[in-house]
Design a binder for this molecule. Sequence first.
Ligand SMILES: [Zn+2]
Length: 71
Amino acid sequence: MSKKTHYLADSNTKEIHDLSNPVMDCKLEKINKEYITFLQNNQELNEYLDEGYDGCPFCLRTRSQKAKKSS
Ligand SMILES: [Zn+2]
C-alpha cells in the first residue's frame, strides 16, 4: 500500500515531502491530515510544483526553490 506513495503534499504550507527520504526536520506527524495529499509518481509531483508548491528544503532539496535561494 505505502509502496506506491512517493510524495506527500501539504496544502497548508504548500510543500511537498519525499516519503522515500524521511527527515526528522520535516515533522510529518505534525501535519494536519486534512492538508495531506499523497502523490503516486513524479508526474503528479511536477504538476503540483507547476501549481505553486515547493519541494521541502529538507527531504526534497533538489526540487526546493527555498533551498536554492538560501545556499
Ligand atoms: Zn520534508
